[in-house]
Design a protein around this ligand. Structure first.
Ligand code: GLU
Length: 404
């Protein structure tokens, strides 16, 4: 729907729309793996490359019980749009294995990862398709992929994946990059409204890698974090929460609830509290037609992929909520993945300050690109981000022409 609206407004011809709608390549692999108890289990995995028009395909690999080919297709195209909005030279891809990491041992996960990598080996590579971490995969998973790929190539190829451990060609600042990117775009939005961080009240949903980092860095930049929402409830404090202390409390007790420097609250109610910036940074579809009308935030900064439904978009627009859409707000991760790939290929590593400065430049530039596109075409930010992305990818396809 968002794709269609953007394509319509851009006046893209039918042929280009068909190309942009169809993933360029899809592989399904059935991976036999010996479990710890000696049984053999077969796991199904996918890798979908949506587009390579602007460069190698790029995107994460997730391990989850509900992974499906359709979901991979949707997420792969999402990556194409994200890379285009950030204007980094990648297309989009996504991969996954249907499995439940919660019941698998490290050894089993390693064997699944290595066999999956071996099966998709011909389709990935620094010039072709560069995986990264996603749901339930991490630096260790990337190290196994890099090692398996390198063993087959007979030499070490660090640039085949990003999000690796620092000692294996990872980039400084990669782990915090998505949350840091959210901070940079939020600061940019404040400038538009003439607001100062010290006067800005923020509610963050999710204390994981994205939300936890965004909350901590925003607090460091002077914002008042008045609420944190997790799956089992929320914690509020109008004078500002100490995010690091709250994270420590959660590690110790298993929940954010019962924090001595805050009040427990209902999860759904906390979304509707008065605040200036709301950062949904956990699951999809949390802002829907059921709650969008009661959201009081001035700015919605989408740290997660797809937190807002299309029906909610219209309500937020009517209520003049300034939306920093996911394909802009959460591009910090893939942007520093791009830096990691560049550093690996050069064999020359940057210090964290340089990584963060360059991330800031790209986040500010893509924010301004989207905002000016919205003003020029009289559309909301999300439509503008999609139009900008589609325009960039469609131009690349047109310039390359079709090989026949
Ligand atoms: N999985 C992350 C995302 O959805 C990162 C992708 C990457 O770094 O390539 O943006």
């Amino acid at each position: 729907m968002r794709f269609d609206e953007a394509a319509e407004r851009l006046g893209l011809d039918d042929g280009i729309r068909k190309v942009l709608r169809s993933p360029a390549m899809e592989v399904t692999v059935n991976i036999p793996v010996v479990l710890d108890d000696g049984r053999v289990e077969v796991f199904t995995g996918y890798r979908v490359q949506h587009s390579i028009a602007r460069g190698p395909a790029k995107g994460g690999i997730r391990f989850a019980p509900d992974v499906s080919l359709d979901e991979m297709r949707a997420l792969a195209s999402w990556m194409t749009w994200k890379c285009a909005v950030a204007n980094i030279p990648f297309g989009g891809a996504k991969g996954g294995v249907i499995c439940d990491p919660a019941i698998l041992s490290d050894g089993e996960l390693e064997r699944i990862t290595r066999r999956y990598t071996a099966e998709i080996l011909d389709f990935i590579g620094p010039e072709r398709d560069v995986p990264a971490p996603d749901v339930s995969t991490n630096e260790q998973t990337m190290a196994w992929i890099m090692d398996t790929y390198s063993m087959h190539k007979r030499h070490t190829v660090t640039a085949v994946v990003t999000g690796k451990p620092l000692t294996l060609g990872g980039s400084r600042g990669r782990r915090e990059a998505t949350g840091r990117g959210c901070l940079f775009v939020a600061l940019q939005a404040l400038k538009k409204f003439g607001m100062k961080p010290e006067e800005t009240r923020v509610i963050v949903q999710g204390l994981g890698n994205v939300g936890g980092t965004a909350a901590r860095l925003m607090q460091g930049a002077g914002f008042k974090i008045i609420g944190i929402i997790e799956y089992d409830g929320a914690v509020l404090n109008q004078n500002g929460l100490d995010v690091t202390a709250l994270a420590r409390h959660r590690t110790e007790t298993g929940s954010i609830l019962g924090f001595s420097e805050g009040e427990d609250a209902d999860r759904d109610e906390a979304f509707l509290m008065p605040c200036d910036v709301l950062v949904p940074a956990a699951r999809e579809n949390v802002i829907t037609s059921a709650n969008a009308g009661r959201i009081q935030a001035k700015i919605l900064c989408e740290g997660a992929n797809g937190p807002t439904t299309s029906a909610a978009d219209a309500i937020l627009a009517e209520n003049r909520v300034f939306v920093i859409p996911d394909i802009l707000a959460n591009t910090g991760g893939v942007t520093v993945s791009y830096f990691e790939w560049v550093q690996d290929r050069q064999g020359y590593f940057w210090n964290e300050k340089l990584v963060n400065t360059r991330l800031e430049e790209i986040m500010i530039e893509s924010f301004e690109d989207v905002i000016s596109y919205a003003a020029k075409h009289h559309v909301h930010n999300r439509t503008a981000a999609y139009m900008l992305a589609l325009d960039r990818v469609a131009s690349a396809i047109k310039l390359r022409g079709l090989y026949a």
